[in-house]
Ligand binder design. Structure first.
Ligand code: ATP
Length: 246
């Protein structure tokens, strides 16, 4: 049995009496790639906000490897090891892809020294690994400002990985991507599976089928179902609540 990396226990929040997330319990094992599926308004983003400390919960707990991180401020949650990738780019546009990753992979005190004197070998090896994992090797010398949307998103993911998070939260990683970019993103996530623990919000069913992972379906703020792609697709409650419209 692998360790439980992220555990949500009856997590919930109300906005003016409306329960956007209502008693959600979820366990993500170390190395798992878990998909959070749900129609618009199901509570997916709010759930990610609760886990990352962006929104304070009104009930329940968030545990990272058994440690209670419920309602910690966002920066402390991030420092504890829950890394979140937003859709808004945060790359250093004037640096190359490789330089961006070097900055992210370097532990804080040595950043200035490294920028001036070059990066040590340990960081370099790690950066090479991340370039390979995220399929960015061929564009590593390119300036971040000149990247396509897909490459920018993969660089963002690389930057997150470089910071060594214990759990990665991804909000709709394929948003705005072409079909080819979406397929590549699926490949990248499959390559990360086992090495990183990932909770990914997605509503592109073709993409979810492609990464073929365990799925949790949210509906009206609650967990409606959990299972494999096949189980989810034949679940009548899911079909009625979500898949029927796709
Ligand atoms: P989408 O796929 O459209 O992003 P979602 O599953 O991420 O949907 P949420 O954005 O989490 O859904 O929203 C869940 C519900 O909570 C929605 O009805 C939304 O209007 C409501 N909601 C979210 N944030 C707030 C807020 N700050 N104040 C009031 N209501 C909110």
């Amino acid at each position: 049995m692998s360790a439980m990396a992220l555990e949500l226990k009856s997590l919930g929040v109300s906005f003016g009496g409306f329960k956007a997330v209502d008693g959600v319990s979820l366990q993500v094992a170390e190395g798992e790639l878990r998909v959070l599926l749900g129609a618009n308004g199901a509570g997916k983003t709010t759930l990610m906000d609760l886990v990352s400390g962006k929104t304070r919960s009104s009930e329940g707990r968030v545990e990272l490897y058994g440690a209670d991180v419920t309602n910690w401020p966002e920066y402390r949650v991030a420092r504890a090891g829950i890394g979140r990738k937003f859709q808004i780019p945060s790359v250093f546009r004037e640096l190359s892809v490789r330089q961006n990753l070097c900055v992210a992979a370097t532990r804080e005190p040595s950043i200035v020294r490294n920028l001036r004197w070059g990066f040590d070998r340990q960081d370099g090896t790690r950066v090479d690994e991340i370039l390979a994992l995220t399929g960015l090797e061929s564009v590593q010398q390119r300036q971040a400002a000149d990247l396509s949307h897909g490459h920018t998103q993969w660089l963002e993911l690389g930057l997150l990985i470089a910071q060594r998070p214990k759990v990665i939260l991804l909000d709709e990683p394929t948003a705005g991507m072409t079909q080819a970019e979406t397929r590549k993103t699926a490949q990248i996530l499959k390559a990360l599976r086992g090495r990183h623990t990932i909770l990914v919000v997605e509503h592109d069913m073709a993409f979810v089928r492609d990464i073929a992972e365990r799925i949790t379906v949210l509906h009206l703020g609650r967990v409606l179902a959990e299972g494999s792609v096949a189980e989810i697709e034949r679940d009548p409650r899911v079909r009625q609540a979500y898949l029927g419209s796709h």
